[in-house]
Design a protein around this ligand. Structure first.
Ligand code: ZN
Length: 111
């Protein structure tokens, strides 16, 4: 079976570092959310309201928060400078950039 995804996800180095620190159970749950939500409809998520993270979106996976951005929005709202979506112009509008995964005990204002 060939899987055709509407969106293409790109992981930042920070995201890869975060994932490697997690145990397999939560990692699998995150993989599932990435394939079910982020590849299908990343707009079905919450926008981050904190000024320093404006432009990013989050999905909750148990006690973890997955922080990402959709490049179409980066460009439409001029987010790319703000959220440091590196090489945004080279990415397609259907690209999703995965920034980080963090436990909810690590608080970010406005999340
Ligand atoms: Zn972007």
């Amino acid at each position: 079976m060939v899987e055709v995804y509407k969106f293409q996800c790109r992981a930042t180095d920070a995201f890869r570092d975060d994932i490697h620190k997690l145990d397999n159970v939560i990692r699998k749950r995150i993989d599932k959310v990435i394939s079910e939500v982020l590849f299908e409809n990343p707009y079905n998520s919450k926008r981050v309201s904190a000024r320093e993270h404006k432009g990013k979106r989050i999905v909750r996976v148990g006690d973890y928060r997955l922080v990402f951005a959709i490049c179409e929005e980066c460009r439409r709202f001029g987010f790319n400078a703000l959220i440091k979506c590196k090489d945004c112009k080279k990415h397609g509008s259907n690209n999703v950039i995965l920034f980080s995964v963090s436990h909810r005990s690590i608080s970010y204002r406005g999340f």
